[in-house]
Design a protein around this ligand. Structure first.
Ligand SMILES: NC(=O)c1ccc[n+]([C@@H]2O[C@H](COP(=O)([O-])OP(=O)(O)OC[C@H]3O[C@@H](n4cnc5c(N)ncnc54)[C@H](OP(=O)(O)O)[C@@H]3O)[C@@H](O)[C@H]2O)c1
Length: 283
């Protein structure tokens, strides 16, 4: 029995001394749950008894994840949401942990803040350390777009938003930031060239972590007692693999002035400042 609990904790949370949490009666919203790290996180949360809200954009993917979750513990799972592109959904009445995965969660998260009861987890990346903000050209309309530049900027943006959000959270709630590590998922299929994608996936597979191992940092951030605003990632070399622990973020991700400027721009972009979304000019 002891071995089983320790084994389960290693599989889910990376550390054998942690007790898998009992999340019965708690609600967790997980975005990006149709695949990869988000899906693995959702499966564990279901096993632990959480009521799940999974805003998945594709109906077939929603039905696939519902099938997987039904195989876990149908009585405790409710896949409540399918978000249609461009439509704003109202989700209400949670007592809640909020898990956030995927790239542009600001509108959803900020809209849900009034019902957050415990914490928001933002899945970012250590790629943020090479990110640079450019408030004159945030979308690379005039400067050269490359995937690594865009990705690292997006992740630095999320880190800065997380920093700012942490200071605005209602009493008793908190934000956690997570880097899952180097994980084999669909993320390796983003080059736009099938052959390159295959090569990247083949090269990554023997070295990188599985999606289940990558979910450990997210689940750790979501369920373990941590100082508010912590940044969690794998403890191995360059934080590519390993067990979840507190890690250092870049100095740029700690710049509160930059965070305020970035968040003002983000709010304009998504229409949270009262203007039409996407009409924002340079910050
Ligand atoms: N894999 C890594 O090595 C790694 C490293 C550091 C950080 N991360 C971060 O971990 C998070 C999860 O990534 P992953 O590796 O699990 O990737 P993944 O397997 O590609 O999963 C991404 C998930 O996000 C959803 N998604 C993507 N774009 C979306 C959009 N525009 N609107 C709504 N949903 C969208 C996808 O939904 P669909 O199924 O509908 O496409 C999918 O469920 C990401 O934030 C990623 O940046 C990953």
């Amino acid at each position: 029995m002891v071995e089983t609990v320790a084994g389960e904790a290693v599989d889910a949370l990376g550390w054998e001394h942690l007790v898998p949490p009992d999340l019965r009666g708690r609600t967790v919203v997980v975005t990006g749950a149709s695949d990869g790290i988000g899906r693995e996180s959702a499966l564990h949360l279901a096993r632990w008894g959480a009521r799940l809200v999974l805003p998945v954009r594709d109906r077939r993917a929603a039905s696939d994840i519902r099938g997987l979750l039904d195989g876990e513990r149908a009585d405790l799972v409710n896949v409540a949401g399918v978000v249609s592109p461009g439509r704003r959904e109202t989700v209400d009445g949670f007592e809640l942990l909020l898990g956030v995965n995927a790239l542009a969660p600001m509108l959803l998260t900020e809209s849900l803040l009034p019902v957050v009861r415990e914490r928001v987890v933002l899945v970012t990346s250590h790629a943020h350390t090479s990110g640079r903000m450019d408030h004159d050209d945030p979308h690379f309309r005039r400067t050269r777009w490359t995937l690594p530049r865009a990705y690292s900027r997006a992740k630095l943006t999320a880190m800065l938003w997380g920093l700012d959000l942490g200071a605005r959270m209602p009493a008793g709630t908190q934000v956690q930031l997570t880097h899952p590590g180097w994980v084999v998922t669909n993320l390796q299929n983003a080059s736009g060239h099938a052959r390159v994608d295959r090569l990247v996936t083949m090269a990554s597979r023997p070295l990188a972590m599985t999606a289940a191992q990558g979910a450990a940092a997210v689940l750790f951030s979501l369920t373990q007692p941590l100082p508010p605003g912590s940044y969690v990632g794998p403890d191995g070399w360059q934080h590519l693999r390993g067990r979840p622990t507190l890690i250092r973020r870049s100095a740029r991700a700690l710049d509160r002035g930059e965070a305020a400027r970035t968040v003002a721009w983000m709010r304009r972009e998504v229409g949270l400042d009262g203007t039409a979304p996407g009409r924002a000019g340079p910050a």
